[in-house]
Design a protein around this ligand. Structure first.
Ligand code: FAD
Length: 432
């Protein structure tokens, strides 16, 4: 038994951690005596990867590349391979992950199970769109190979299925061609939510990556910085030095509070506004700006923090985003790291995939108990009324009715659950 927590550090409970080896992946899961769930790098913010008092299967030992063809960009690997290692190995050979989240310290298994998205949803969709096929190990010993055409219902349940259909033991991914690690970027300050949506619409046809930071305390002002980028041809330059820093300790209280937030948001806005314009940037700081400070999640103190990430439909997005920002500004809670971006109209790969056409707002909130919960209830009501949903990969608290309303394919999904798998999230949202 050892204590485990996820990225939000809301709890740290003992888990029976069983490390999976390539042999387990071949012969079946180690003796099922109690419901268990797979654990990647614990970069989910909430309880998708947790099973307090129960068992988790740690996939860190399943970290082998099995085959890579540099002519086609097709990679077969084990599920514990880090996205970072794929980027490092493949980019020098002219290939890159088509979709990557805001951290490269996630595993392939975790990226599939949350069907993660990046800053280029309007071009490449979600991670699951680039999985050619995968091998799923069920707790009854069966191995199911599935893809969009072979056992497609298992594939659709597993992509975005938060680990509940079996353990992914192998995946084959189609990478995309790139000219190198460099991006041409542009940063544009904006003054309100309306301006954000105008910039997003204007950028979609000519820019592959779009994302924005928004000042969650600015209320009606809604000021922010819009960042867009494309892959840069014919650039050579100095790779960033691989030195990372670490947030060294857990402070007794959260360092994120109203005063520090106001100070940070002002400084961030004015500093970056002065750097507005174009530039050439390595993919690492652009895609993964937070990975350079390891354990940054400790700054929220011993009570941890939540991330609230919602998506609301395109037609209502400007108005609803403004209403949510007003509610957050009124509460005085919120984060340094508020992200607003858009998703395009694309068919979802997974039954429980999060992205759908519209705007997605993601904010971190220090855990202030009931004050935070009560803000979330107000935000839930706004999201639900607009016909939106909340991201399972970030969630630790959404009530079951909010989940059921946001995920209409739930009933279909439940048919493919593996009865030997259970997580804190599945018990909270699905009853077992
Ligand atoms: C700084 C930061 C930025 C982020 N930015 C984004 C973003 O831009 N977009 C986005 O979509 N997400 C983002 N995330 C969330 C993160 O990408 C996802 O939560 C991802 O799934 C974490 O992968 P992991 O390997 O840590 O998996 P875990 O957190 O350990 O597990 C996640 C889920 O995957 C399941 N799982 C893991 N391995 C397997 C397996 N082999 N078989 C079956 N199920 C498995 C687990 O049971 C669990 O349900 C971000 C997270 C952080 C910390």
């Amino acid at each position: 038994m050892r204590p485990l927590s996820s990225w939000g550090r809301l709890s740290e409970q003992d888990h029976d951690v069983v490390s999976l080896s390539p042999k387990d992946a071949q012969v079946g899961l180690p003796l099922i005596t109690k419901p268990s769930v797979a654990f990647g790098m614990g970069r989910s913010y909430g309880d998708a990867c947790l099973n307090s008092g129960g068992r988790v299967w740690d996939t860190a030992g399943l970290d082998h590349f099995l085959e890579f063809d540099p002519r086609t960009g097709i990679l077969t690997c084990e599920p514990g391979v880090l996205l970072r290692d794929i980027q490092r190995y493949c980019i020098p050979q002219g290939w890159m992950l088509p979709v990557t989240p805001g951290t490269q310290m996630a595993t392939v298994g975790g990226a599939i199970a949350n069907d993660v998205h990046g800053k280029n949803h309007h071009v490449f969709g979600t991670f699951g769109e680039h999985v050619q096929h995968l091998k799923l190990l069920r707790t009854d010993g069966q191995t199911i190979v599935c893809s969009a055409t072979e056992n497609p219902e298992y594939f659709a349940a597993t992509v975005g299925g938060v680990g509940l259909t079996g353990v992914i033991i192998q995946a084959t991914l189609q990478l995309r061609k790139v000219m190198g690690p460099w991006l041409e970027t542009e940063t544009i300050p904006y003054g309100n939510v309306k301006e954000f949506f105008a910039l997003a619409a204007e950028s979609e046809s000519t820019w592959e990556y779009t994302v924005s930071w928004i000042d969650c305390l600015a209320g009606k002002g809604g000021r922010g910085l819009f960042m867009r980028a494309n892959h840069a041809p014919n650039v050579s330059g100095q790779e960033p030095i691989g030195r990372t820093r670490s947030f060294p300790f857990v402070p007794p209280v959260s360092l994120v509070n109203k005063a520090s937030l106001r100070l940070f948001n002002n400084a961030y806005f004015y500093l970056n506004r002065s750097k507005q314009g174009t530039g050439v940037v390595h993919y690492q700081p652009f895609f993964y700006p937070l990975d350079n400070l390891q354990h940054w999640n400790r700054m929220y103190g011993p009570k941890g923090f939540y991330q609230y990430q919602s998506v609301v439909p395109t037609s209502l997005a400007p108005e609803v985003t403004q209403t949510m920002l007003d509610e957050i500004a009124r509460s005085g809670q919120g984060s340094f790291l508020a992200v607003l971006k858009t998703f395009a109209e694309r068919p979802a790969v997974g039954m429980l995939s999060f992205p759908s056409a519209g705007a997605t707002l993601a904010l971190d909130f220090p855990n202030h108990g009931e004050a935070t919960e009560s803000l979330f209830r107000r935000l839930d009501a706004i999201v639900l009324e607009a016909g939106g949903r909340i991201y399972l990969g970030k969630d630790a608290r959404m009530p079951r009715p909010v989940f059921e309303a946001g995920y209409p394919n739930l009933k279909e999904f439940l048919r493919f659950r593996d009865p030997g798998i259970s997580s804190e999230m599945s018990r909270r949202l699905m009853g077992y």
